[in-house]
Design a protein around this ligand. Structure first.
Ligand SMILES: Cc1cc2nc3c(=O)[nH]c(=O)nc-3n(C[C@H](O)[C@H](O)[C@H](O)COP(=O)(O)O)c2cc1C
Length: 197
């Protein structure tokens, strides 16, 4: 079992240090720390600088927590229940272009919001915390119980916490509790035209 991530080319270690564990300690996260993650997210680039991302969160141990953790699939809930915070990431699907008065569909709202999530995850990692994005949650229920209007799309949920001992996990998940690898760069990049299998 290797925990090593070796880039093919020289990059800042912040990119390879970030990974998504499932064993969390459940320790409280303070507002200054949590808000610094959202702060990093808000500096992401977006088309027309429309900033379509929105973050709705609950901290573990608060009255909001059961409503949020209850949105996750049963599998995700087994490990995410020991997180410190859970964020539901939304994106605004329409925007008013500069100089116009009417809103039009934002074709890149999901793309832009993905950039914001990446900023958040990297800032958390730099600060010694871990994040784990989750697609396995009930979006319709989230829309209903969080009061999300129709012109916002539900993107991923984000689990945030301090990494715990993997003995907290089932034997099956213990085996998977390590940084994953990546496809080789030559399968992902082509000069001059599409050249992929
Ligand atoms: C949009 C998105 C949805 C994901 N959904 C889940 C999920 O429902 N459950 C889970 O355990 N991991 C989920 N993951 C985590 C990915 O499996 C993980 O990011 C990927 O394997 C790469 O590993 P790394 O983040 O440790 O580098 C999700 C990640 C993303 C970006």
């Amino acid at each position: 079992m290797s925990l090593t991530r070796t880039p093919e080319h020289s990059i800042h270690p912040l990119f390879t240090d970030r990974w998504s564990p499932r064993a969390f300690t459940g320790e409280p996260i303070d507002d200054v720390t949590l808000l610094s993650f959202f702060e990093a997210a808000r500096w992401a680039p977006s088309a027309y600088n429309a900033q379509p991302w929105r973050f709705v969160y609950a901290k573990n141990g608060t009255e909001n927590w059961p409503r949020f953790i209850g949105l996750l699939s049963e599998f995700n809930r087994t490990w995410a229940q020991n997180a410190s915070a859970l964020v539901v990431l939304l994106s605004k699907t329409h925007f008013v272009p500069p100089g116009k008065t009417d809103a039009i569909p934002a074709t890149t709202h999901a793309f832009d919001t993905g950039a914001a999530w990446a900023n958040l995850a990297l800032q958390a990692s730099l600060a010694g915390w871990h994040t784990h994005a989750v697609g396995g949650y009930d979006k319709e229920k989230a829309r209903e119980i969080l009061g999300v209007p129709a012109d916002y799309a539900l993107q991923a949920a984000i689990v945030i916490g301090k990494r715990g001992d993997k003995s907290l996990l089932s034997p099956n998940l213990q085996e998977r509790e390590q940084p994953s690898q990546r496809r080789p760069l030559n399968e992902l990049v082509a000069e001059g035209g599409f050249a992929f299998a």
